[in-house]
Design a protein around this ligand. Structure first.
Ligand code: ZN
Length: 322
């Protein structure tokens, strides 16, 4: 049985991010998406109540001291798993955003494999109330049985762990202004998130800008992966990795949570990472939609003020970053 790493013994690094106005970012995101989708609307306005079942988040908004947090990374999964890399997400999040108030932490990572006795995807949606109690709306997705079905399961309030790697957008979960995106009918090659990220990257250059939040694929389907149980043979290349991952064409509605950042910021940051859940058995790591004519997205994103990097792999590689 794996023991959870002691939060106070993990390496913490922190850097500020460039924080432009939401209005400025709105224009950049609109221009980027308009080259990739036929119908695009981007506004700055109050976030809808993300606790509404349509969105299914653990808190209402994305406001209040927003930050990105990345734990670990693919080097702890590849070429072979480091099973000691199990973290207490609640403790790490509370250390990254100390002080009074609620917390919403949403994003993409590896699920707590000891809970499932199997490697799994983690779709993180954690609310922490003023008393420090965890309200866990998180899920795991795993590959199950000989038929290799995708199985999506809720993580109980009593389990605040992740394994190996995690990208979170953290805030006080407060209502307030966000960038609101609607777009449909994809006419370009970029996936929804990479299109936004590349638009920001080409505008801000050396300045590092980070965002996070939720997007909903409302129509169509998406190419998504779920990690199989840990490989017993080392995975050294993207080809070996992609043969080990199980890919599915998952139908909408998919609610995806995660982060994007314009560059690695000398912290070996993952540039985009979104995992989705659904009200059916589907959940996993978003790559792209497979139905350009039908695809319709709705997203709520906020800018992060800083990034906290926890237990950064000191020996790193670039395999498994898509
Ligand atoms: Zn992932």
């Amino acid at each position: 049985m794996a023991t959870t790493l002691l939060t106070e013994e993990l390496l913490y690094e922190e850097k500020p991010l460039h924080v432009p106005s939401l209005q400025e970012v709105k224009g950049i995101i609109h221009n980027a998406l308009a080259q990739n989708f036929q119908n695009v609307s981007v506004e700055v306005g109050d976030c809808p109540d993300l606790k509404d079942p349509f969105y299914g988040l653990a808190e209402s908004g994305l406001g209040g001291s927003p930050l990105l947090l990345e734990i670990g990374g693919p080097p702890y999964l590849l070429p072979l798993v480091q099973r000691s890399k199990v973290y207490n997400v609640k403790e790490v999040v509370q250390k990254a955003l100390p002080g009074e108030g609620k917390i919403l932490a949403i994003g993409a990572g590896a699920g707590p494999y000891p809970l499932r006795n199997s490697n799994c995807e983690g779709i993180f949606n954690m609310g922490i109330d003023e008393q420090g109690n965890l309200h866990n709306g998180s899920y795991t997705a795993k590959v199950h049985g000989a038929a290799e079905e995708c199985v999506l399961e809720r993580i109980p309030d009593t389990d605040s762990r992740c394994a190996l790697l995690l990208n979170l957008f953290i805030s006080r979960g407060a209502p307030g202004p966000v960038v609101k995106v609607k777009c449909s009918k994809r006419i370009g090659e970029l996936n929804f998130i990479e299109c936004i990220r590349k638009g920001l990257e080409s505008n801000y250059g050396e300045k590092c800008v980070g965002m996070g939040g939720i997007f909903v694929l409302k129509k169509g389907a998406a190419h998504q992966h779920v990690m199989r149980d840990f490989s017993k043979t080392p995975l050294h290349t993207e080809k070996q990795l992609n043969e080990w991952l199980k890919f599915y064409n998952m139908p909408a509605q998919l609610n995806a949570v995660g982060t994007l950042v314009t560059h690695e910021h000398d912290l070996d940051l993952r540039l985009t990472h979104f995992h989705s859940f659904s009200t059916s058995n589907w959940g996993g790591h978003y790559h792209y939609d497979t139905t350009p004519d039908e695809a319709a997205y709705e997203a709520y994103l906020n800018l992060a003020e800083r990034v906290v990097r926890v237990d950064r792999p000191l020996v790193t590689h670039k395999v498994g970053r898509d």
